[in-house]
Design a protein around this ligand. Sequence first.
Ligand code: SF4
Ligand code: SF3
Length: 538
Amino acid sequence: MFCNQCEETAKGTGCTVKGVCGKEDEIAIYQDLLVYLCKGIAVRNLAAMESGRDDPDAGIFIADSLFATLTNVNFDQARFVDLIKKAITIRDALPPAGDDEPDACTWKPASEGEMLEKGKAVGLLATENEDVRSLRSTLLFGMKGIAAYYTHAEVLGKTDAEIEMFLQRGLASTLQDLAVDEMVGLVLECGEYGVKVLALLDAANTGAYGKPEITSVKTTVGSRPGILITGHDLKDLEMLLEQSRDAGVDIYTHGEMLPAHAYPAFRKYAHLVGNYGGSWPHQKEEFESFNGPVLVTTNCIVPPKDSYKERIYTTGMAGYPGVAHIPASADGSKDFSAVIAAAKASKPPQALPGSGADLITGCAHDAVLALAGTVVDAVKNGDIKKFIVMAGCDGRRKDREYYTQFAEALPQDTVILTAGCAKYRYNNLGLGDIGGIPRVLDAGQCNDCYSLVVIAQALAEAFGVGINDLPIAYNIAWYEQKACLVLLSLLSLGIKDITLGPRLPGFISPTVLDVLVKNFDLKPNTTVEDDMARMLQA
Ligand code: SF4
Ligand code: SF3
């Protein structure tokens, strides 16, 4: 295997024996094969569009498949074998794309053993040139981010043919010998489609559940048994809340589900009682002491301990071998009765050490722009000197303490704009407020970075300046491929001088890094003191 798609990749260069994430060799190889076959589908489907013989469902299949290969989504070999078989069926039902089709359009295994052999040959290392590999990888990982967000929008009924087309164009492009400029162009276009998919998901979430309101969320535990829901899929939360409303159990959010409390449609459920735990790297201890069932709707799932494995349920594209999976029926509905029954037989959750203080979330674009006058006045009169965007992911590595230390060291006249699970490094520090404006404005999930962009654009308009002339600095933490997409999205909007950490992507070659530094002034993070001094400059 070779996988270098996340920040925790072995030695900063690539996992080759087993993933640091726990991904087995075979799973990584099957994932590579699935991506390869999706390229074959893309080539054929794009050609078939010209004659109207395309498969209208191919785009969503590709999105689901790419999402399944994102870090910490699915570790279940059987699910990948099924997806590979389905990919071949979809591809083979499409007309050939010409006489000299690429191998991805025609290759077929005679056995599962052949799948492994093929998967080994078609991964990232099949591209020998380091810079071409780097550009193709950046595009692929950005597209995995698009795929994840697109899947969430799609279950809420929001689709976009152009986004599906881009995924197919992007995949097909990696089978061609393109000039460097064309590959760079596709990477930047991926960022533009990133903005589109983030906007689509924002419209899907707010259309279905209302506009988030600034909300204080409890982190204490009650005396009833509970169900913990983690991941990003709000539709799953809706179905779970509806099915469990009279069951005598409480629902707690975990990780990236915290912002759900801010949506009006979820606030009406009295049994949605609070948030339990923090970001994904702490789940082993937190799931253990929760005592009840845990529903994992997306990333991040880490290999569960035997002590609580039988209480874990996955759904959607998430999966883990030996863990119960709840599929969707043809109309998209899901039956969570097994989860609810497991909760009824469970002990109530145990309070976590250090928990108990409320967390504030829901500072999405409409909620913050409702305060725009106050925010603009606070900037004009000097009460707020700087906004620091500290969005992104959390992770296991010790050097992520940097983000807590950075937040603690920020002067009182600064405000953190955050989204994603990175916030758990500083959303419980009690950083206070500036004239009623919380000093940690949590827009929501990582996809709600879109809100931060809308807020920045509105501030630029209010002050009559360009987006790079605002008193905003960017100190982004990344871990998985959705964060890569968010970064590409920010770059596509012309945002410069972004600091990225806790270390730069292993898939960025020195030449590609040079392009990013020259064109966008991208920087790696260094020390709290040096980065702070640089970011707080006028
Ligand atoms: Fe390694 Fe990250 Fe890939 Fe897992 S997802 S195998 S940790 S690079
Ligand atoms: Fe977190 Fe996995 Fe990325 Fe959605 S839940 S931000 S790491």
